[in-house]
Design a protein around this ligand. Structure first.
Ligand SMILES: Cc1cc2nc3c(=O)[nH]c(=O)nc-3n(C[C@H](O)[C@H](O)[C@H](O)COP(=O)(O)OP(=O)(O)OC[C@H]3O[C@@H](n4cnc5c(N)ncnc54)[C@H](O)[C@@H]3O)c2cc1C
Length: 558
């Protein structure tokens, strides 16, 4: 058996595996059951949901991660050490085998009791939560795992699965068909060919050829069980910043919360390499790190989060409301928070995702304007957001090129913006022009655009491109249930006039609460809401605030 190698463990072993004091163990005693152990006895097998957390009282217990390259020893727990990681807290399948090395005794604490501890004992909560997070980061960082992903870095399917496993913090072995010399032997061993990529090979050698994320989530038991007969207090649709904030506040205030998320927690924010305008992080934080923390926080308070699980329909004719899911199941709740966000329209350009945040931007705030001060830039789009960005950035950039596919701006942009663009010597409008290429190594260095009837694409040394081509709301699943605006964003509270609400069948004497939609007890927060600001902080704020109104609507119908 080899030792698990991970930089995180080398640098932060003391925090990943802290020792409990006698006093702390005494505080844990009432939550657990003392058990005598004998050498060789397996306390937990990998893949088992609802594992206990074990505090070693005497003897020792080894934690082993079985993997495709053989077993790896994670650590040996001695008296005062405790087992567990994020899966223990979530009650989903874990990755490690816990085997008694030297006979002794352990304190076994059930998942439910573990949650009580982290919610009520501040000192133990900090110690355990930090250890759980670092242990998971160490597993991810080791490059080991029971799951192997074979694929090509040039295949969109491989990238989709890689992103899914990474964003859900699931450890896996990555085999790149383009760079691994032993790849043919592996393909032969599992009876698969290059045409089958991406291939996921699970424990016991089970092979998935180009699987969907739902198949993988199910096979890896990533999600807690869903009880269809239960009526939750709240179902949140979408686990971006808005949905996670709603889940954290609702669960921490004692509501029974289920979150359903189509892909992975974090939403669009998780794709941002560095968020620099979120309060409390003066040096910035990666979207993935922020999302990971929020996800763990939601679990700590007992929210149940299911990933790779889309809402496909909202049934809002009567309360409790029902949300139909992509796997055919239906979940019910007294209140619903719609936090399904929006997607920026992407241009069909190779390399685009590589440069997002490194020369390609979806917003033109003061922060971005600093990045391209004194430089030549390109803005793609002919709507008001593109016009505002052009006028704003022309104040600090050397020159602004606005590319539009159509003949001009008159049909799509407000007249005052068109005039300012026409009058500004720092802005050039390029009609009938499309961006065709993005080039560079670590960041964007060159671009090309093609004008209709132009002989060849024009290449320029420009390192900043603003894509202002609009966002599409993720609201197809609402299917006529609620009042939406003309672009499909969900309208709430102050957007309505009395007549509209009455016509839509609003049944109550009171007006909708803040963030409440045209259906009582159904709220919309974050980017999916009509008129939203489209920032992480505002999404988090809206998700948090709406919970006080969720309480009120639940009381209204009680
Ligand atoms: C590349 C990039 C960089 C950014 N950088 C910044 C920044 O630096 N600072 C800043 O303030 N803002 C930034 N933003 C904007 C910010 O990320 C968004 O405003 C914020 O994420 C909105 O949060 P949300 O929860 O409302 O929606 P989203 O983040 O869009 O999350 C919605 C979630 O709902 C899920 N979903 C959709 N449909 C369904 C369904 N039917 N069923 C279940 N789940 C569903 C999606 O998978 C997604 O996870 C950036 C955006 C992008 C794309």
């Amino acid at each position: 058996m080899t030792q698990l190698q991970s930089e995180v463990l080398e640098k932060r072993r003391d925090q990943a595996f802290p020792k409990l004091t006698a006093q702390q163990i005494a505080r844990l005693e009432p939550y657990g059951t003392r058990l005598a152990t004998r050498a060789g006895h397996v306390l937990v097998e990998p893949g088992t949901p609802h594992q206990n957390l074990y505090v070693v009282l005497a003897g020792s217990v080894e934690a082993i991660m079985p993997g495709h390259r053989g077993d790896a020893l994670i650590t040996v727990y001695a008296p005062g050490d405790f087992s567990g990681e994020l899966s223990t807290l979530r009650g989903v399948a874990g990755f490690a085998r816990l085997r008694v090395r030297e006979a002794g005794a352990v304190l076994a604490i059930e998942e439910r009791k573990l949650r009580d501890i982290v919610q009520t004992d501040a000192e133990l909560s900090e110690l355990m939560m930090r250890a759980f997070i670092l242990r998971r980061v160490a597993l991810m960082n080791s490059g080991e795992g029971e799951v192997m992903l074979l694929g090509s870095r040039h295949s969109a399917g491989t990238l989709r699965l890689r992103e899914f496993l990474t964003r859900n913090s699931h450890p896996y072995v990555n085999v790149d068909l383009d760079g691994d010399p032993d790849v043919q032997a592996l393909l032969d061993r599992f009876g698969v060919g290059v045409k089958d990529v991406p291939i996921v090979i699970g424990h016991c050698g089970r092979v998935f050829r180009n699987p969907g994320i739902r198949d993988i989530a199910e096979y890896l038991q990533m999600n807690p069980a869903i009880d269809e007969s239960k009526v939750h207090d709240l179902v949140v649709v979408g686990a971006g910043p808005a949905g996670l904030a709603a889940a954290v506040y609702a669960a921490s205030e004692g509501l029974d919360v289920l979150v359903v998320e189509a892909i992975a927690s974090g939403g669009q924010a998780a794709t941002s390499s560095k968020i620099e305008n979120y309060l409390g992080f003066p040096t910035g934080i990666s979207g993935q790190a922020l999302a990971g923390r929020a996800f763990v926080q939601a679990q700590k308070f007992g929210a149940s989060v299911s990933v790779a699980c889309s809402a496909v329909r909202l049934r809002c004719e009567r309360r409790p409301y029902a949300v139909e899911l992509s796997d055919g199941r239906t979940v019910k709740a007294g209140a619903i928070v719609i936090a399904s966000g929006a997607q920026y329209r992407e241009l069909p350009i190779e390399n685009l995702s590589r440069f997002v945040g490194n020369g390609v931007y979806y917003a033109a705030t003061h922060m971005e304007s600093k990045l391209c001060q004194g430089e030549e830039i390109v803005i793609v789009g002919g709507g008001n957001s593109a016009g505002q960005a052009a006028v704003f950035l022309a104040g600090s950039c050397r020159h602004v090129h606005v590319l539009v596919r159509s003949a001009g701006l008159a049909d799509t942009m407000s007249r005052y913006l068109v005039r300012r663009i026409e009058e500004s010597p720092a802005i050039t409008l390029h009609p009938y022009t499309q961006l065709t290429a993005l080039e560079g190594s670590d960041r964007l260095e060159r671009i090309a655009w093609q004008t209709k009837d132009g002989p060849v694409p024009e290449r320029r040394d420009i390192g900043h491109v603003f894509l202002m081509t609009g966002a599409l709301p993720n609201t197809k699943w609402l299917d006529g249930c609620l009042l939406l605006d003309e672009k499909g964003f969900v309208r709430t509270a102050s957007d309505f006039n009395g007549g509209e609400l009455a016509a839509a069948g609003w049944p109550l004497a009171r007006a909708p609460y803040l963030s409440e939609t045209s259906i009582p007890g159904v709220f919309a927060v974050g980017d999916v809401r009509a008129g939203s600001v489209k920032r992480v902080a505002s999404a988090v704020g809206e998700g948090s605030i709406c919970i006080q109104f969720v309480h009120r609507t639940l009381r209204d119908v009680a």
